[in-house]
Design a protein around this ligand. Structure first.
Ligand code: G3H
Ligand code: 13P
Ligand code: ZN
Length: 311
């Protein structure tokens, strides 16, 4: 099956009260781990590539591998640019086979964000590609951009209608208290999301697909495993799964997950080397890593996203 846009996926997800998983990819094993889970559970899926991942693996390899996964599985798969930093990167992805791009103007002044997003939408739509915009900033690290704690800002619901109508975006990422990376809350801190903001956004934009970034839950067993086998990760707290499920039953149609995959992969590789210190065949240690990714993604589809059987 050729790659698809997210239009149909989001329409069904909104109506059905579930969300599509958007997983960050940068190599073959990650793509295979995710799409094997999606295939097993008959789930539509979004594979997303950050600017950093695109630099690491190179555009052509990623597009070819994602296309291979779509052909092999027959699933509806969208290939999405995550946190597009500028018009040029979005254009290169639109011209180069992506079916969806995000332009992240969230740290710009409002009017500049509107102008940049509109420019990307005009180019994307002329080429059959959909666009995600963002309003409000998340704390945490993505590529070289670090948003310091205290400098993040929640999305202002008063702006969403104006932003969506003036830019023409197809989906909107909002900030309601999630953040990028493994360290979302301090030890002892009670995770909280601003569902009141999500409700208000939903009221202002009925039927419009909302995106949640920074949505890893951080599996404590994986953190324990990393530290048991030589790692030194501080206490890491993610977004509770029941909160994500609640968001998915509301207007949130796309839930972004990267850190959970990195952590699962790292735990599996560390365990493998602790138990097989003489191994030096990458296939030997990347097999448990790929299996761990498949397990994480299967769990997300079944417990959090609710998109199993919806392909
Ligand atoms: O939101 C950011 C993603 O986790 C991608 O991270 O830019 O390090 O590839 P990256
Ligand atoms: P996590 O760091 O919570 O996995 O978020 C990933 C993300 O938002 C990618 O855009
Ligand atoms: Zn993100």
């Amino acid at each position: 099956m050729p790659l698809v846009t997210t239009t149909e996926m989001f329409k069904k997800a909104y109506e059905g009260g579930y969300a599509i998983g958007a997983f960050n990819v940068n190599n073959m094993e990650i793509i295979q781990g995710i799409t094997r889970a999606a295939k097993k559970l008959d789930a539509p899926v979004i594979l997303q590539v950050s600017a950093g991942a695109r630099k690491y693996a190179s555009h052509g390899y990623l597009v070819a591998m994602v296309k291979a996964a779509a052909e092999e599985t027959g699933l509806p798969i969208a290939l999405h640019l995550d946190h597009g930093p500028d018009f040029e990167t979005c254009k290169a992805c639109i011209d180069g086979g992506f079916t969806s791009v995000m332009i992240d103007g969230s740290s710009l002044p409002y009017e500049e964000n509107v102008a940049l997003t509109k420019m990307v939408v005009e180019y994307a739509h002329a080429h059959g590609v959909v666009v995600e915009g963002e309003l409000g900033t998340l704390a945490g690290v993505e590529d070289e951009v670090v948003v310091e704690e205290g400098h993040e800002s929640y999305t202002n619901p008063d702006q969403v209608f104006d932003f969506v109508t003036r830019t023409g975006v197809d989906s909107l990422a909002i900030a309601i208290g999630t953040s990028h990376g493994a360290y979302k809350f301090k030890p002892g801190q009670k995770p909280q999301l601003r569902f009141d903001i999500l409700e208000e956004v939903e009221r202002r934009l009925p039927g419009f697909p909302i995106v949640l970034h920074g949505a890893s839950s951080v599996n404590q067993e994986h953190i324990k495993m990393i530290n048991e086998f030589g790692g030194k990760m501080p206490d890491a707290i993610g977004i509770p799964e029941d909160m994500l499920r609640k968001a998915a039953s509301m207007a949130v149609c796309k839930i972004n997950v990267d850190s959970d995959i990195r952590i699962a992969m790292t735990a599996a590789v560390r365990k493998h080397f602790a138990e097989n210190p003489a191994d030096f065949d990458p296939r030997k240690y990347l097999t448990p890593a790929r299996n761990a990714i498949e397990e994480v993604v299967s769990h997300k589809i079944e417990t959090v996203l609710g998109c199993g059987g919806k392909a």
